[in-house]
Design a protein around this ligand. Structure first.
Ligand code: HEC
Ligand code: HEC
Length: 235
């Protein structure tokens, strides 16, 4: 009699332990990519296509190396935006690398360019800077690094299409004021340092009016030589 009670008690205890273990596994989110990027998509879109907020950038299709460099920069505070700085604070390198690869591999269509709020003259000045630069003021053409089609180059140079003017001018401003920096030599800091406020407005406005190219993919590494070195684009 005693033995039988003890035996059934043991069964109950064992069941309870088993249940507990099952409940615990069920409460832990599975470590899938969808779960990893759940915190990111409200601001960057389900496929990294961006949202209606003009300061929240598109991530989709940018070179993985570029995206990874940005995640490292936010984690270390070299690039500042508190919600992202906190979110990435304790994430290990391989985790960041796999999220970068995930968004680099998404290809939602580029948005329709927004109608511009600036005058034709300003747009023309923006186009001149982007395509020819201004040698007299030491401003290289943006296309000399971002590519003739502005689609960027693997692994570290982002394309400049599908971004809103507000975001582009905020980033150029951040380089001018030193709140965004990239790996040394930080070529974008040199470029942005030569731009005036008016240049920034013009070039950001013109870039935002560019239609999507047939092939928006970044060109392979080494497709063209850069006018000078960039720490984030190894030779
Ligand atoms: C609260 C909104 C928000 C959340 C959440 C968020 N981001 Fe961001 N993210 C931003 C903003 C805003 C920027 C641009 C910040 C700046 O001004 O430099 C940015 C920039 C980036 C960039 C650089 C893009 C570029 O073209 O330079 C990457 C990469 C990125 N985020 C990835 C992520 C990932 C991965 C997550 C999730 C782990 C995430 N973000 C979560 C708002 C957010
Ligand atoms: C010498 C090469 C070089 C030139 C010239 C250059 N860029 Fe860049 N640009 C880069 C590199 C490299 C990066 C990525 C930096 C990093 O890793 O954060 C970059 C990043 C950017 C970004 C950030 C994109 C994003 O998604 O946040 C913007 C905006 C930008 N460049 C605009 C311009 C404009 C406008 C011009 C022309 C006035 C220009 N660049 C000229 C090399 C260049």
């Amino acid at each position: 009699m005693f033995a039988r009670v003890a035996a059934s008690a043991l069964v109950i205890v064992t069941l309870a332990v088993f249940d507990g273990a099952a409940a615990q596994t069920a409460n832990q989110p599975p470590d899938t990519m969808a779960a990893r990027v759940e915190a990111c998509t409200p601001c960057h879109g389900n496929k990294g296509e961006g949202t209606s907020d003009v300061y929240f950038p598109r991530l989709a299709g940018k070179p993985a190396g570029y995206l990874y460099n940005q995640l490292l920069a936010f984690r270390s505070g070299r690039r500042k935006y508190p919600p992202m700085n906190y979110l990435l604070e304790f994430l290990p390198d391989p985790y960041l690398e796999s999220m970068a690869e995930h968004f680099a591999g998404e290809h939602p269509p580029l948005p329709q360019p927004a109608p511009s709020e600036v005058s034709k003259d300003v747009l023309a000045q923006g186009e001149l800077l982007a395509t020819s630069g201004d040698a007299g003021r030491n401003i290289p053409a943006c296309v000399s690094c971002h590519g003739p089609g502005l689609t960027g180059m693997q692994p570290g140079i982002p394309g400049l299409l599908g971004l809103r003017a507000a975001y582009i001018s905020a980033q150029l401003g951040a380089w001018r004021y030193g709140t965004r920096t990239a790996k040394s030599p930080d070529c974008m800091q040199l470029v942005a340092g030569h731009l005036t406020e008016a240049d920034v407005t013009a070039v950001a406005a013109w870039l935002a009016t560019r239609p999507a190219p047939t092939n928006p993919a970044p060109v392979p590494k080494g497709t063209y030589a850069l006018p000078f070195g960039c720490g984030s684009q190894p030779n």
